[in-house]
Every structure is written in structure tokens, then in C-alpha cells.
Ligand binder design. Sequence first.
Ligand code: AMP
Length: 284
Amino acid sequence: MPQPVLLDTISALRIWRNAERRDGKRVGLVPTMGALHHGHLSLVNVIREEAESVVASIFVNPTQFAPTEDFSKYPRAFERDLELLSEVDCDAVFAPQVSEMYPDGFSTAISLAGPATVGLEDKFRPTHFTGVATVVAKLLLQSNADVAVFGEKDYQQLAVIRQLVRDLDLRVTILGAPTIREEDGLAMSSRNVYLTGRERSVAPLIHQTLQEAAEAVRAGMPFDAIEREASAALTDAGFEVDYVAIRDAETLREPAKDAAPGTLRLLAAAKIGSTRLIDNIATE
Ligand code: AMP
């Protein structure tokens, strides 16, 4: 595969994108924070179906981290990321500096409700989705992409972005891509490198617990009992549980007691040691 073109300014991105458009290509955007793994690379393959030209962005967005979170120690592996992207079919990499995205005097943020205020990630990371939505809106406008892809791994984020695009009339198609997992079920994440050997060995329990909970949903057990049992199983294994929740798969609100499994999503967030992991699965 040819090396992707490296773009580090918004104007370089726009010039590149205009040239691709002139050639009649649909442009696809894959936003990432780098430290790439197979989950990220799968997004490039998913978007290829809808776009003849693909740009991946690599930007560790400071505004989506709270002051107490891991912005400064978030894994960065730029050279390796470029190598990985050159092995998949990626045409360009947009990697701006923080000062390019947020010049002095930057003063705007997007205010959110709906799926961004349902008491899941937003309860534990109250400023997170404002940072995500603002940077994603900027990336979509800067790239003027025809299509952009986001992982179901960050299920609430995907719902927030779909809502953002709908509400702001952005002319972009949003694709969701399935979660790529390690062989033992652990969802791939850049943050998995933080796990110690012992933590790594118990981490797959989140996925296992979600699978068992999904089975219980299908068996017709009451939702609150399923949530309580799943949460207790994780706590017993040494996790500090933020939530295990059964929600409507579209709105992320609490479902009616008799909601059909096909309309639901099971979501969890828990800390093992100092690493916070999130995961989710369908219940059908
Ligand atoms: P991040 O670099 O963590 O911000 O993630 C960038 C994009 O990759 C987001 O759309 C994530 O949802 C997606 N992503 C992260 N991990 C996975 C995974 N294991 N499988 C599929 N997509 C993923």
C-alpha cells in the first residue's frame, strides 16, 4: 500500500479534500486519538465501502478529558500509527497540533441533551461529550467528509454523534462499526496498555458478564435484577463498577419493563486498578 499523505493543517486538509472531490471521489473520515489497534484499522475497512478516499485523523483532544483524567499520559505512538495506516487502505492522515484546533481565544462548545444526558458516561464524565461533540463537529466541517465512521465500542458516543449530525443538518453519513475484540473477548482499546498482567487477566470478565446478562434478558428476567447481579459479579472480581445498564438501543433511555430484547443495548463501565474500561453488546 502507498504511504498516506500527511496533513497537519486545516488548510492542507481542505486542499487535499477538494482535489479528491474534483476527481469524483467520496471522502470518508475516520476520527481517532491514535495509539491505533485493530479496532481502529477495521474502521478504515468499513468506510471503504462508502468512500473512494479515506482520511484518518489522529488528535488527542484535550477538551474531552477532565482535569483529573489521563490526557497527559494517554498513549501516543505516532510513527507506529503511520506504519499501521500504511498497511491498510488509508489515503491521508490529518494530525493537527492542539494550537491548530484550538487557537488562542477559542471560545465555542456544543451544548448537548438527548443521548448525551442519560446518566451513563455523562454521569461519570460530565464534560466529556461536549469535548467530543465539539471536536467531531470541527473535524466534519474541516474535512467536509461525505461519510464518517465511529465504533460501537463507544456506543453512547455514536448515539451523541448521530444526534449532533441530525440536529446541525450536517451533510455527512454516519456509519457505526462493530467492536473488535481480543480472543478472550476484551474489547480492544488504546487504554488496555495501562493494564497490569493481573488486571489484564480479569478484564475479559466485563464482556463475559455482559454476555450472561444478555442471556438473562432473553430468558425474560427483570432488568433491574440483571443489572444488580451483573454489577455484583464484577464487584466480586475486583472491579469498581460505574454502571451496568440495560437501555433502549436508540435513545439510551431506560426501557419499558416488557421491551423486546431486539430493541435493547447492555452497557457497562468499570475500573480495574486505575484503568476505566467500557463495553456494550446487543441483547439479541
Ligand atoms: P479512540 O481513538 O479511542 O477515540 O477511538 C477512535 C474510534 O475508534 C472511535 O470511533 C471508537 O469507537 C473506535 N474504536 C475504538 N476501539 C474500537 C474497537 N475495539 N472496535 C471498533 N472500533 C473501536
